[in-house]
Design a protein around this ligand. Structure first.
Ligand SMILES: Cc1cc2nc3c(=O)[nH]c(=O)nc-3n(C[C@H](O)[C@H](O)[C@H](O)COP(=O)(O)OP(=O)(O)OC[C@H]3O[C@@H](n4cnc5c(N)ncnc54)[C@H](O)[C@@H]3O)c2cc1C
Length: 458
């Protein structure tokens, strides 16, 4: 690449470290592009795309680098890293914002909260808003605000042809459809998102209940049964945790393995929060080992707490499974949670619609799997010597969940796990449309095929 645009070639000093630093997960990827290019403007993105076309090089894009599997990093070609695109411009009157794709989800939340506004940004503030929204985006208050991609009003995109286009409901609506959930299969370089905003909740409260893992079945049944009575602005997670956890550490009246129910209320005031959690007050029929009641958690501090739990020096495997079952889907995992080689690993489940599907149709968005319960499994460990044990454990958890799964969530799916993984992040009809639109917008296959599937590049 011969240009004034900042870039680094494979083989140049610092190249390997640069690629490693761009990706959050510490598992070595074992693959690298020929060049990392760092455009500072849309014109420079256009220049890079056109140069790659002329040179017959493949292109991939990275915003925050927080895709668990390092989906942007492929062997060969040009990796366009978008870190310069981190502008956040808020229009409070229109209740919209324009955000560069590399703005961190937490930075967007903070900028909006300062104006009493909000967006379904991630619980964890570290991911880039670009990859987060393009991949659907399960964020704060998801039951009421829906996945973040449904608040996407427009995108500015440099296409495979090297043209800058604006996509909205009225211009290139099919590109907007793709941007709402196609994730790593999106065929273009998005420079900016136009997002629709919400009011910042005036009050946010968290209640939690801690039980021994032995009670996983009873606790899951309890939450599943009560869920239909809960309001959509109460987000409830059932979380299986091992001994290496910052809260409720073992030995303090808590066993090594616990199941925690966490309920986060996005409300106007404490009274509304109390009413929201009231159906949970009776408990599962036995006392928890620990309980906290409606603790205030300032909205802008939510992501800082989650960020502190995500250590960039750790190694991660993540996967997600939609199921039409209730939270009982978790119970076959009790032994697996207990046997996890790393005490940091986490398995959790949420019913975003409290037993109902969220009712998201495939007409508005590529995002399309709408199950009752999402089960999320994360292997989290520190040392390379434990790679094999943790990979085997995570594969075992996947094997337990696969038979009851109706699909996966592309932002947190292990797309390398099997060749069907990517397609199973969409309904068959939406997958077919996605593949066809990818072919239309990138007929020569300029962009790398998404990980785990050559078929979306057709
Ligand atoms: C600690 C942590 C917590 C997380 N929590 C959540 C969560 O609560 N909810 C959730 O939904 N997800 C969550 N994720 C997953 C994460 O949001 C997604 O994987 C998301 O893709 C990351 O966005 P990014 O920009 O940082 O990723 P990148 O790794 O930079 O990009 C991911 C993919 O998105 C596409 N992409 C990114 N930028 C562009 C662009 N400008 N133009 C075109 N395509 C682009 C590319 O195909 C790329 O491969 C979490 C991940 C981590 C590591």
């Amino acid at each position: 690449m011969d240009t004034e645009i900042p870039h680094l070639h494979r083989g140049e000093a610092g190249f390997e470290q640069r690629v490693e630093d761009l990706v959050f997960n510490s598992i070595p990827l074992g693959r690298a592009p020929d060049v990392v290019a760092s455009p500072r403007s849309e014109d420079e993105v256009v220049e890079i795309v056109r140069a790659a076309r002329s040179a017959g090089q493949k292109v991939a894009v990275l915003s925050g680098g927080h895709n668990w599997i390092g989906a942007s990093v492929h062997d060969r070609g040009v990796l366009i890293e978008m870190s310069a695109f981190d502008r956040i411009e808020i229009d409070p009157d229109a209740r919209t914002a324009r955000v560069g794709t590399a703005a961190r989800s937490g930075a967007v939340a903070d900028a909006l909260a300062a104006r009493n506004l909000a967006f379904p940004t991630g619980h964890c503030g570290l991911p880039g808003i670009g990859g987060f929204v393009l991949g659907g985006g399960f964020g704060l208050n998801v039951g009421r605000w829906k996945p973040a991609c449904f608040s996407l009003r427009g995108v500015r995109v440099v296409t495979a042809a090297g043209e800058l286009v604006v996509a909205s409901e009225s211009e290139h609506p099919e590109l907007l459809w793709l941007a709402r959930g196609a994730g790593p299969a999106f065929p273009g370089v998005v420079t900016e998102l136009e997002i629709e905003l919400q009011d910042r909740p005036a009050d946010t409260r968290v209640s939690s209940w801690v039980f021994a893992l032995d009670d996983l079945a009873a606790v899951s049944r309890w939450i599943g049964e009560v869920s239909p009575e809960l309001p959509s602005n109460l987000e409830v997670a059932v979380i299986g945790l091992g001994p290496d956890r910052p809260e409720y550490p073992p030995g303090d009246g808590f066993p090594d393995h616990v199941v925690v129910v966490e309920a986060m209320a996005f409300v106007d005031d404490a009274e509304e929060a109390r009413e929201a959690v009231a159906p949970l007050a009776a408990g599962p029929g036995f006392a928890p080992l620990g309980h906290s009641d409606l603790e205030p958690l300032p909205y802008e501090q939510i992501h800082t707490g989650f960020d502190a739990m995500c250590d960039e020096n750790d190694r991660y495997l993540a996967d997600t499974f939609w199921t039409d079952r209730d939270l009982e889907a978790l119970t076959p995992l009790e032994e697996a949670i207990r046997r996890a080689p790393s005490g940091k690993s986490v398995v959790m489940a949420e019913m975003f619609g409290h037993g109902e599907k969220l009712g998201l149709t495939g007409e508005d968005a590529a995002y399309s799997i709408d199950g009752r319960t999402l089960v999320m499994a994360y292997a989290i460990w520190e040392d390379a010597a434990s790679d094999d044990a943790n990979r085997a454990w995570h594969a075992g958890v996947r094997d337990l969940l696969e038979p009851i799964s109706i699909g996966h969530f592309v932002n947190e799916a292990d797309l390398h796990a099997d060749p069907e993984r990517l397609s199973r992040c969409f309904t068959p009809a939406n997958w077919e449309r996605l593949v066809s639109l990818r072919g239309k917008w990138d007929p020569d296959g300029l962009f790398h095929d998404p990980p785990g599937s050559g078929s979306a590049g057709a």
